[in-house]
Write a protein that binds this ligand. Structure first.
Ligand SMILES: Cc1ncc(COP(=O)(O)O)c(C=O)c1O
Length: 369
């Protein structure tokens, strides 16, 4: 028998693959459910813009051809919408693929990545897979401690610091001033990668302006996703916004034509929609407030969020509560699986569902006490 593990790069040998668990269809079948509300992955539950779906469908007629021009068209449209030069925009098949490509670009054995202890799990995973040493910093009070991150980056002579803003799973937002101080405090040779997958849900005036940092030549790479606010998770589309020199490096690491035509067409249509982001941000914020208010009415504490999810304190073991909710047709993310035991992360959906879910969470917590 071939020992494949021994043949693999040593940095991969002890890593376990991400297991999304049973599919939603399998869960429905196993539990005898007609419906399952998918509130566990922070997908969009408000519906992607019809224009994006129409554009994707129309583009299928060109399926026989590599997406040559489509790439440039999407990049130009995204750059225009973001207000950055097109050569700073790097398309990819999802933010996840950019996270992996950036790790492959800046990390290798002998290098170090700094990661907050409570954040999106992929950063530590891809950093370790690249062979880097991964150093974690605590996340006190559910807010990223950027001062501690920069201090750790200095003391460890780190090459990459991963910052998720708004942070998953907490929903907290980095203050613009804290970001500026953080950048100034990074050691030479260190790249700050800011994953802004949820940034479109945050109020524009509250955000750190990292696109400006990129254009001004600071060591910052920004990642955005089309899976969340634009509702295109199934098409897989994301962009990095970075210095053109990073674009060239990513072109070495990423395979050519790695985004499909349907995704590029949908993305181009989505970024061109007048007022969509503002409307969707307001809709999600209203439903998010409704969820938090309902949880409060039921005696549960939840955390302020700038994203399309809310972290709620259960005060009991999250596993059994999430299992009980699942049995009732509501799939939420158990806190244990995102380094926040005793909590649950709930994706924001239209208000009537939020009201029902808050009541169900409270009932199950009551039962578990
Ligand atoms: C912080 C963060 N980044 C990236 C992603 C994945 O984005 P994409 O679907 O564009 O790969 C997620 C998905 O949940 C996420 O939470």
């Amino acid at each position: 028998m071939t020992d494949w593990k021994a043949l693999a790069r040593p940095s991969l040998r002890d890593l376990v693959p991400y297991h999304p668990g049973l599919t939603r269809d399998e869960l429905k079948e196993r539990l005898g459910l007609d419906d399952l509300e998918p509130l566990n992955w922070n997908e969009d539950l408000f519906g992607p813009p019809q224009e994006a779906l129409d554009a994707a469908a129309a583009e299928l007629r060109n399926a026989a051809f590599y997406p040559e021009r489509a790439y440039a068209d999407f990049r130009d449209a995204a750059a225009g919408a973001l207000g950055v030069p097109p050569e700073c925009v790097i398309p990819a098949h999802g933010a996840q693929s950019l996270v992996a490509a950036l790790a492959a670009t800046f990390l290798e054995p002998g290098r170090t990545a700094v990661v907050p202890a409570v954040t999106y799990g992929l950063y530590a995973h891809v950093s370790a897979a690249a062979g880097a040493r991964v150093v974690q910093t605590p996340v006190p009070g559910l807010h990223l401690d950027l001062e501690a991150l920069a201090a750790r980056a200095r003391s460890e002579a780190a090459n990459v610091v991963w910052v998720c803003d708004p942070n998953n799973p907490t929903g907290s937002l980095v203050e613009p001033d804290a970001w500026t101080t953080f950048l100034a405090g990074l050691p030479p040779g260190c790249v700050a990668v800011a994953d802004e997958a949820y940034m479109d849900f945050a109020e524009p005036e509250a955000r750190a302006d990292r696109l400006r940092d990129v254009v001004e030549g600071r060591p910052v790479v920004v990642i955005r996703s089309f899976s969340k606010v634009f509702g295109l998770a199934g098409l897989r589309l994301g962009v990095a916004i970075a210095d053109p020199a990073v674009a060239r490096l990513l072109d070495v690491v990423q395979e050519p034509f790695n985004v499909n035509r349907a995704a590029l067409a949908a993305g181009r249509a989505a970024v061109g929609l007048d007022g969509f982001l503002t409307r969707r941000r307001a809709e999600v914020a209203e439903a998010r407030d409704a969820l938090r208010e309902a949880l409060t009415r039921h005696g549960l504490v939840s955390h302020p969020s700038h994203a399309n999810f809310v972290l709620v304190e259960l005060g009991v073991d999250d596993g059994p509560v999430c299992e009980a909710l699942l049995a009732r047709g509501v799939l939420v993310r158990p806190g244990e699986s995102v380094s926040m035991p005793g909590t649950a992360r709930i994706t924001v959906a239209p208000t009537p569902l939020m009201e029902r879910v808050a009541a169900m969470v409270a009932e199950e917590v009551g039962r578990a006490k």
